[in-house]
Design a protein around this ligand. Structure first.
Ligand code: ZN
Length: 258
């Protein structure tokens, strides 16, 4: 499977790039949009017609993860094409109001994923674990049945015991790293250090940082704070390669996760 970044800023769009959204493509061509942050539709258009998308999965209902979900529905509804199919959108139903708002008749159809025993979407088997975040959010472990390749996405989360076990032996670990080293045990997001440590403990093949901070910490003297963030994670990840999920970077999990 392939993972393609559409947006990776945390919280809000910034300087011509959007917030959390990724396109996952299976070996047999099934396409899954993972979170639908701001600009997701525009960035998706550069690689795939939004009309050809097969499914969407949402980690949680914060605006920076669902900002473009409604306009994706409008796109599918209003696009001048006779044959239209309703797009399945998977989310948790622990917030009944927000879950109910997913469905847009004729365009988007909300499905609750099964957080207890997992959910299959096309060629993927997906299991879930609840994260540490101000609203209910699920991390997901996505296994491609045909290849056995595994992608783990943290959604948004602070550190918790059990995340490394959930992430065990993943080909690619996509982690929310909104914070620099020194802010550990935050109630909403991981630090570079925590992500690196989890990657090492879990024995993943590659760590990719997302939910990126727009600015360095106060007093941090650097022209490239994202490279500082990456290098901090790299120190704790050891020999595991660490990348930034910059827009339109792509990883093929079948090629040693690169
Ligand atoms: Zn969030």
């Amino acid at each position: 499977m392939k993972l393609h970044t559409l947006g990776s800023w945390g919280g809000y769009p910034f300087q011509d790039a959007g917030t959390t959204s990724f396109l996952i493509t299976s070996q047999d061509g099934f396409t899954l949009l993972m979170d639908a942050g701001s600009r997701a539709v525009n960035e998706l258009e550069k690689v795939l017609s939004p009309m050809d998308l097969d499914a969407v999965i949402i980690s949680h209902y914060h605006p920076d993860h669902v900002a473009d979900l409604g306009v994706l529905g409008h796109y599918r509804l209003l696009y001048p094409k006779k044959e239209k199919k309703v797009l399945p959108v998977y989310g948790h139903d622990e917030d009944a109001v927000r879950f109910g708002q997913i469905t847009m008749p004729g365009a988007l159809d909300g499905h609750a994923y099964d957080v207890a025993s997992g959910t299959s979407i096309g060629p993927f088997d997906i299991t879930f674990i609840k994260t540490v975040h101000p609203v209910v959010c699920y991390a997901m472990r996505i296994t491609e049945r045909q290849t056995g390749q595994v992608l783990v996405f943290t959604g948004d989360t602070g550190y918790f015991e059990g995340l490394a076990d959930f992430t065990r032996d993943a080909d690619l670990f996509l982690a929310d790293v909104y914070l620099f080293e020194g802010h550990e045990n935050h109630p909403a997001h991981l630090t570079s250090k925590e992500a690196g440590e989890i990657a090492k403990e879990a024995g993943v093949k590659r760590l990719v940082l997302t939910h990126l901070p727009q600015f360095p910490d106060e007093g941090m003297e650097t022209k490239d704070h994202l490279e500082v963030l990456r290098q901090q994670a790299q120190v704790y990840a050891g020999v595991i390669p660490v990348d930034l999920a910059l827009p339109h970077r792509e990883w093929d999990l079948g090629e040693g996760a690169q």
